[in-house]
Ligand binder design. Structure first.
Ligand code: NDP
Length: 323
């Protein structure tokens, strides 16, 4: 297994094809030692991008990641760290720091992340959701100023509609500001439309890069929910995901998908990851893992990519048509 690196859209930055994120694991589902072990295993295998967000475990995921970075002492040039902003961490009562992309919130929030992570700068910062209450122009100026201040190097969006991404890019172009270079959408066999349809023109037109999330649909695509909810799994600990992950129709499709994985001679997780990574518009696939064994199993997907023949791809995509 040899890690591959892709350009982040049209930037000069290279990201590992598989990266590692901290949602629902760091600072919440797993012990600190487990998080640090998974991060170390990923780095040793060539992963150079670690994704985070202010809201993950209300800042605790950043604190744990900062602890891991301090413990490993990796040279700063060898890894990328991101964070994302929108929900805030001060609760619903925080009038200017909750569900917003206003200038005050964004600029102060980045300072909080840097402190928790123990870093001088973030590599990527994202607007975690669109905010219809704040003019896009205000957000673009704020993100551009954050980049100009040196506190972050690149910025982008997450789950923004294509028109809003284009509007942000055009505002930045018009005012000679730092442009958004990346979008972070969900992308897996169950969720194909945005990446394969809605954003289609943006890759060529503005050189948009993608750091895609939930490649295993939170574990559903591994087949682990075919017979109910395994103890200690994500559906076991995150109540609101339970219904989606145990949905009989979805699991019937996963069963058919597992037959293709059997034929290839890999696990369903590896095949699902390889399929996601094989989309050339994807700069990096953000993986999640609650145990180090999952990190190892998932990164073997790099070797499975060569097995994705056009026939097999067709068979897989017939099970999961774009909805
Ligand atoms: P996945 O869909 O890959 O789900 C990861 C989870 O699936 C693991 O925590 C684990 O859960 C289970 N799993 C992983 N590998 C295996 C395996 N080989 N066998 C069995 N179970 C496995 O990714 P995530 O949903 O975690 O998303 C990845 C990252 O994307 C996040 O960490 C975050 O950084 C980012 N993200 C961004 C969002 C955004 O809005 N921008 C939203 C969500 C995520 P368990 O063992 O507990 O069952």
């Amino acid at each position: 297994m040899t890690m591959q690196y892709r350009k982040l859209g049209s930037t000069g930055l290279r990201v590992s094809l598989f990266s590692y994120g901290s949602w629902l694991t760091f600072g919440s589902q797993q012990a600190i030692e487990q998080s640090i072990e998974c991060m170390g295993a990923a780095y040793e295998a060539g992963v150079n991008f670690f994704d985070n967000a202010e809201v993950y475990a209300r800042g605790a995921a950043e604190t744990v990641m900062g602890q891991a970075i301090a413990q490993f002492g990796w040279p700063r040039h060898s890894y990328l760290v991101s964070s994302k902003y929108y929900w805030g961490i001060h609760g619903e009562g925080a009038i200017n720091a909750h569900n917003t992309l206003n200038r005050k919130y964004l600029i102060e929030a980045v300072d909080g992340s840097l402190e928790r992570l123990g870093l001088d700068h973030l590599d990527l910062v994202y607007c975690h959701r669109p905010d219809p209450e704040t003019p896009i122009e205000e957000t673009v100026w704020a993100m551009s100023d954050i980049i100009a201040s040196g506190k972050a190097l690149y910025w982008g969006t997450s789950e923004w509609p294509a028109d809003d991404i284009r509007a942000a890019w055009e505002i930045a172009e018009r005012h000679h500001l730092r442009k958004p270079v990346v979008e972070q959408p969900e992308y897996n066999l169950f969720r194909r439309r945005r990446v394969e349809r809605s954003y289609r023109r943006l890759y060529g037109d503005i050189g948009l890069g993608l750091t895609t999330w939930s490649p295993l649909a939170s574990g559903l695509l591994t087949g682990k929910y075919l017979h109910g909810v395994p103890e200690g799994s994500r559906a076991d600990s995150v109540g609101w995901l339970r219904e989606r992950l145990t949905d009989p129709e979805a699991n019937a499709r996963v069963r058919r998908f597992m037959a293709v994985a059997d034929e290839v001679g890999c696990t369903a997780a590896q095949l699902a990851l390889a399929w996601t990574a094989s989309n050339p518009n994807v700069s990096t696939v953000l993986t999640g893992a609650s145990r180090v064994e999952q990190v190892f199993e998932n990164l073997e997907a790099l070797d499975v990519m060569a097995e994705l023949t056009p026939e097999r791809r067709e068979a897989i995509e017939a099970i999961f048509p774009i909805e």
